[in-house]
Design a protein around this ligand. Structure first.
Ligand SMILES: [Zn+2]
Length: 203
């Protein structure tokens, strides 16, 4: 799992939602490309199709605002024509129409984004996780240690199944990893792989 590219297609007004949904996905070693974080213009949008063509998976975010968007629908059609898997996130089932009426997506629960992010990660994991040896951790996040003057890359390896991760979340049983250099510990929510807190080494 390296070098995968995720292309997120959405409408301008949904950028806040998109950023909330993808804040932790960005810590995985994917190249997450959120279309409208770039300047919106016809020219930049057509350049984006080049990026879409090189994507591993395309994720349209379908809301009342975007379901009828010509851009979003064009990008879905383009991805499908190129054989790129499309993983729709949607507010309502009725948003799954046209090209993607039969595609399994992830429902957005705006009251509980934790569930939505968990389901998104589950689908991405099954799409992207290679069938490698079980002993090789291939699902992980990597980030620079945030202790001033440390900055060492810290890795959280995720070897438990999504089912186990959800159980841990329900039990309040966090995931943790330690910076090899300064020994600070980082704690994460098992469902969203969202950062919870950093604990400085004691003693
Ligand atoms: Zn450190």
């Amino acid at each position: 799992m390296t070098g995968e590219r995720i292309y997120v297609s959405h409408e301008t007004g949904d950028l806040g939602l998109v950023q909330d949904l993808f804040s932790t996905v960005k810590n995985f070693p994917f190249d997450v490309h959120i279309a409208l974080e770039e300047v919106e213009s016809r020219q930049s949008r057509s350049r984006l199709q080049g990026r879409l063509a090189n994507s591993t998976v395309a994720i349209p975010v379908l809301t009342d605002q975007s379901a009828d968007s010509p851009w979003v629908n064009q990008e879905i059609g383009y991805a499908q024509a190129k054989g790129i898997p499309v993983l729709p996130l949607y507010d309502e089932e009725s948003h799954l129409n046209g090209f993607i009426s039969d595609v399994e997506g992830v429902s957005i629960d705006r009251q509980d984004l934790t569930v939505t992010i968990f389901n998104l990660l589950s689908r991405l994991r099954s799409l992207l996780e290679p069938l490698g040896a079980l002993s090789v951790p291939n699902w992980y996040v990597r980030f620079p240690c945030t202790v001033p003057d440390c900055g060492t890359p810290v890795i959280l390896e995720i070897d438990q199944s999504q089912t186990k991760l959800w159980k841990r979340h329900r039990n309040g049983n966090f995931l943790a990893t330690t910076c090899e250099c300064c020994h600070s510990t980082y704690v994460f929510d098992p469902a969203t792989i969202g950062f919870v807190r950093r604990q400085n080494p004691t003693g």
